[in-house]
Design a protein around this ligand. Structure first.
Ligand code: GAP
Length: 450
């Protein structure tokens, strides 16, 4: 196995250098912990989300999709408990630096004695419960009655639509509703690049089941979700399931396990898989006076479904896939930085490169490129030496390169280069598309394991 060379600084700098992700509002000095995705970042995150849709909706019979609004009726947040309980314990340094911290995070680093400011050693204020929801106002008048919130989780959009969806989709438990969308939290201590930000995307499933089967479904979802990450190339020894202790459980959860990934700053949450019981549907039934129960047509049994919730972060997932893919090696005396993405996640699948920029090669290469881009994300690059172009493609994780050279002009074969093995094989132009599609569909294993 290649020793891990990755650090968060290297990821941040590669993201900026290649235009994956950069500071938001940079021309005004940037907005703290807020990031914009450039071309390759958009393609990568969109591939992460597509793989999530593919595995959780397209390949299942028991799941339907939803796209609920970000702005919701304010009663939603009373019913869900977020107005009352979605808080973090905020402490402020009373010494020199006056910084703000999360008391629970400080306690992990300082298990004994009185908490101190980790920067200047100053005393800290008493913890105050700080609500993480962003407030705004709907309409022209800014008063108590117009106050609404940016959703802090996509989940509630699913719960309030439970009855609607069940009827339209003609589903009955066990079935799930899947949604991807933006959520907002006024985090006290965002950080670690896109790991914890105030605006982020979630990929959430609420899976509705008969109460007696909730424990079994919780176990099944933990297995399924772990497999999703390893199938997409994350190394299994960099993933773990960690069960929450009673003091850590959210207000709605009777059991939660986190899928954690070994990020450069240590093991940290990638996805939470909670057993929410009937908390949400019962609360919404009480606050809206709409019935949320289900009557089994077979047995006549009436119950409020229990919910298993696999809740993943699209940005956090994207970061984990980048960290896991990052590699450095020496090739012919030069350092090569390469992102060894699973080919299905790679922003660009194939780069088509004429060896020289003359003798009809660029024109033929362009034809090859146009054929390929009808089937997959492809790039055509004529700029700079071939070595430089390969290095550029390696850094964005392009799994295959197709080189058009003088031999192509004679026999219509091209060189197909593999990002990981660096093998170069000759193949007829007419076969390249099928060959790459076959490789895209094949199982894949991270070469960092070898
Ligand atoms: N509906 C349940 C829920 O929201 P959560 O554990 O608070 O549970 C689920 O969030 C996932 O959303 C996390 O595992 C993480 O991947 C992502 N997430 C949460 N807060 C985030 C933040 N501030 N920045 C980026 N991703 C975040």
């Amino acid at each position: 196995m290649t020793p891990d060379a990755v650090t968060m600084d290297k990821i941040v700098s590669l993201c900026k250098r290649r235009g994956f992700i950069f500071q938001s509002s940079e021309i005004y000095g940037g907005l703290a912990s807020t990031y914009d995705y450039g071309h390759y970042g958009v393609l990568l995150k969109s591939n992460v989300k597509s793989e999530w849709w593919r595995s959780n909706v397209q390949q299942r019979d028991d799941m339907v999709a939803l796209d609920a609004a970000i702005l919701m009726h304010p009663r939603t947040w009373e019913a869900s408990g977020h107005l009352e309980g979605f808080t973090d314990p905020l402490v402020q340094c009373l010494g020199e630096c006056k910084r703000r911290w999360r008391a629970d995070h400080l306690r992990e680093a300082q298990p004994e004695g009185e908490l101190k400011c980790p920067v200047c050693g100053g005393e800290l204020s008493e913890p105050r419960n700080f609500n993480l929801m962003f407030e705004t106002h709907m309409g022209p008048v800014q008063d108590e009655g117009s106050r609404i919130y940016l959703r802090p989780e996509t989940a509630q959009g699913i719960f309030v639509n439970f009855k609607n969806v069940m009827q339209f989709a003609r589903k009955k438990p066990p079935f799930g509703i899947a949604q991807v969308g933006k959520s907002f939290r006024n985090e006290i201590t965002p950080g670690n690049f896109i790991f914890r930000t105030r605006e982020f995307e979630q990929m959430e499933i609420e899976f509705f089941v008969a109460p007696a089967t909730a424990g079994e479904w919780h176990g099944r979802w933990m297995e399924d979700r772990m497999r999703w990450y390893t199938d997409l190339g994350l190394r299994a020894d960099h993933l773990q399931l960690r069960e929450h202790g009673p003091e850590e459980l959210s207000h709605y959860s009777s059991a939660t396990s986190d899928i954690e990934y070994l990020f450069p700053m240590g093991w940290s949450e990638l996805e939470g898989i909670a057993n929410r019981g009937d908390f949400d549907l019962s609360q919404h039934a009480e606050y809206s006076r709409e019935k949320m129960d289900f009557v089994d047509p077979g047995t006549g049994e009436r119950y409020v479904p229990h919910v298993i919730e696999p809740s993943a972060g699209a940005d956090r997932g994207t970061l984990a896939f980048m960290v896991d893919a990052y590699d450095e090696e020496q090739v012919e005396g030069r350092e090569r930085v390469v992102l060894r993405f699973h080919p299905r996640l790679a922003p660009v699948k194939v780069a088509v490169l004429p060896l020289v920029n003359k003798d009809g090669q660029p024109e033929l290469a362009r034809e090859v490129y146009e054929d390929l881009r009808a089937r997959m994300s492809a790039e055509f690059d004529t700029g700079g030496s071939i070595g430089k172009r390969y290095r550029r493609q390696d850094e964005i994780g392009t799994p295959w390169g197709v080189t058009v050279d003088h031999q192509t002009m004679e026999d219509r074969t091209v060189t197909l280069r593999d990002r990981d093995t660096l093998d170069q094989t000759r193949i007829a132009i007419g076969e390249v598309g099928d060959e790459l599609q076959r490789r895209l569909a094949a199982p894949w294993r991270s070469p960092k394991l070898d």
